[in-house]
Design a protein. Structure first.
Length: 281
């Protein structure tokens, strides 16, 4: 059984370590994942003058899209539990000249916010990675004003996301990671829409509307695929980067062999990706 306190600590360390990689590959990542970002921003439907909370904001780009919609009279609170991620988002926001975004280090399970203090909440690919998503969703409901909206995204099943599932399976097969435990936090922890609905309604929201969002992760070549994995993939990256040089190379070869079905004749990759978009109020 997963020790959630240990998981929180390791997760925090992992995301601190990959923050620089997210900053370096930010433009690529935002371009590839634009369908999910656009869906969350559109369904949240932020209005001028509103206050919006962005949870697990990473590089902050989704919140910046929302900041443009709430305007100078509005306010976006861009948060992440990893301090280095918050610094990346702050630099990103300053580069855009945004004055209506506040950057804060915040644990979504224990938010330092007043009740009924925000008009909307966005969370892209955060809840499934949290040690206690039920607690995080209850906190989300606590800080959300009546009539406010929660728009979020969580990954669908492994078989619909080979870009992550195959490297993860390869790491397990080579003995570098344990097999995922049912119900444990992780990238596919909320792949079952029924579980997501149960958590959302259990937190005090109405029945969420859940839609499928499909797109592709595209990589220029073998090096690009591997670079994305070791720079962006949180716990995967931490495990891979800790391997001895020879085993790291062998693991790279094994991963690339495992995803060969998604390689084109020119050496590029197109890997399917499916996420669930959820809207609740």
């Amino acid at each position: 059984m997963v020790n959630l306190d240990e998981y929180r600590e390791l997760s925090h360390e992992s995301w601190e370590e990959v923050a620089s990689g997210w900053e370096k590959r930010r433009e690529w990542l935002m371009r590839v994942t634009a369908p999910a970002n656009d869906w969350v921003a559109e369904k949240l439907a932020p209005q001028p003058g509103q206050t919006i909370l962005d949870l697990a904001a990473g590089t902050g780009d989704l919140g910046f899209m929302i900041a443009e919609r709430v305007g100078n009279e509005g306010h976006v609170i861009s948060t992440d539990f990893a301090e280095h991620m918050v610094e990346v988002a702050r630099r990103n926001g300053e580069g855009r000249g945004l004055s209506n975004v506040e950057h804060r280090v915040m644990d979504a399970e224990r938010m330092d916010l007043e009740e009924n203090s925000v008009d909307g909440v966005a969370c892209r690919w955060g809840y499934m990675l949290m040690a206690d998503p039920a607690a995080a969703l209850k906190e989300t409901r606590r800080v959300l004003r009546d009539g406010g909206r929660l728009a979020f995204a969580v990954w669908a099943a492994p078989d619909r996301n080979p870009w992550a599932a195959i490297p993860g399976m390869t790491l397990v097969q080579r003995g570098h990671m344990p097999p995922p435990e049912p119900g444990a936090p992780g990238i596919f922890a909320l792949a079952d829409p029924d579980r997501t609905r149960e958590l959302v309604t259990g937190a005090g929201f109405g029945e969420p509307n859940i839609e499928e969002i499909a797109f592709e992760f595209r990589y220029a070549d073998d090096d690009d695929f591997w670079d994305a994995l070791v720079r962006l993939a949180g716990p995967f990256a931490r495990v891979i980067n800790a391997l001895p040089k020879d085993e790291r190379q062998a693991t790279r070869d094994a991963v690339l062999q495992s995803v060969k079905d998604y390689r084109s004749e020119d050496g590029s990759y197109s890997c399917p990706a499916v996420t669930w978009g959820g809207l609740a109020g």
